[in-house]
Design a protein around this ligand. Sequence first.
Ligand SMILES: [Cu+2]
Length: 562
Amino acid sequence: MMTAFDRRTLLRGALGLGAVGLLPAWARAGEVGRSPAALSGEEIKLTVGHQMATIDGRSGHAVTVNGSLPGPLIRLKEGQNVRIAVTNALADEDTSIHWHGLLVPFQMDGVPGVAFPGIKPGETFTYDFPVRQAGTYWWHSHSGLQEQVGLYAPMIIDPAGEDPIGYDREHVVVLSDWSFLHPHALFRKLKVNPGHFNMQKQTFAGLLAGQDQSLKDRVAWGKMRMDPTDIADVTGSVYTYLVNGHGPGDNWTGLFASGERVRLRFINAAAMTIFNVRIPGLSLEVVAVDGQPVSPVSVDEFQMAPAETFDVIVRPTEDQAFTLVAEASDRSGLARGTLAPRLGMSAPIPPVRKRPLATMKDMGMGNMHGGMDMPGMDMSMRSQSNAPDVPLTPGVQTIAPMPMDRMAEPPQGLEDVGHKVLTYAQLANLHESTDKRPPGRTIEIHLTGNMERFMWAFDGEAFGPIKKPIAFRRDERVRVVLINDTMMAHPIHLHGHFFELVNGQERQPLKHTVNVAPGGKVAFDLTASEPGDWAFHCHLLLHMHAGMFNVVTVRPLDGEAA
Ligand SMILES: [Cu+2]
């Protein structure tokens, strides 16, 4: 006969199993100690395999590493060497791991077809590199669409000397988007109908009720065959948004003791989702972006695109729970976790806010209203005179007539939320720049798309065998200007380097990924110090898959004549 005690133990065991699922130790709720458990040392072994994952009580197919989703946390120390042996235990597909944000020899960068051939089923590839930096990074598959089904995980590198960021406790917070639909099915649906997942379109009833756009604006947008509710391609209609692999119902919880400085290492490992992050009741002190320390900025909310990382200090002093909210930028759903002094506590979850509508500015029309004339400028939406070097292929639906630097503006949808929102212009490097040369030349790259056909590219041509790489001379200082000719934001990521965002600060912040606002323009200064071939792409997985990808070459290689 079962005693009450046995039953309690059994119940607790069963519940624990349900909540833990495939989660590695670092991602479990209520992890105690200053830092979460991790793989570390000079020899690390990873195995990529298939597994069923349970998200908010429902089961789906996942690609996992060492049997977990997200994968194990890897924690290294600046100055050490590491050998990471990755075995592909998938039955019938290649795999790869890219160390996102890490300065590695290009052969160790993990991009199939660029850095190495990829890892065949049954094979092991050993990555071997010195660790030259510190901070919050992550790693993910660069093969097929494996990143969408679970192959991503955090990587933390502790500084060789003292950490410039003081803290008593830390939590790694990996945000992601999970779908029970296969990612190739997501892609096919978008190809057939790019608005497939948009359940927030304007309605005729809404128009009559005077909601959303005016009739005049709506007619103008209709003529362009565009929809201002098109903020995200894949939405909460098929995504569950995760915190450390936990659905909102699972409620991942991070513990704190009152008065501690808690470092939250936010990583956006989502395939397609830009998140707006806030913790109602707590001020967020942003202390590092993309692994690199910045002068602290206190805000109430920040937006983070896929591939970006933000380190934030919070200092809860009350004996209460706080809800960690990461709202999808189109407001179709949210990821939710809790910070609390004890397990089992929770705080109210704020409802998702009103969905944003894209504006004429997001169309690259500057501050003008549709149809207004600007002397000497062609305000039509697809005029070659505004981008003479971009061929008007079917993949180019629009060319922004008046793209603007929008880095001092709150990101899309956060213009009037009534509290402090981080802008890129507020970020300043904590340290002096190591290269003070002015750029020797400037190149322009257009981010182009055709929203009607889900086509995405750089400069009008999708990545393919005949696409010319972007060539830099080794150690040259170059300014790169990204012009977003589309009405969607694109987080553009360069492998193997940090660049300095030209954001008006004297100490330009270092980043590896920059989210270029719709109709926006962003400049960065780059010292092409890392020889080799490097991927350069939009980090929205399905945009990259559709062709918004290119290779950056930095020459000469070591030992090669200049
Ligand atoms: Cu994109």
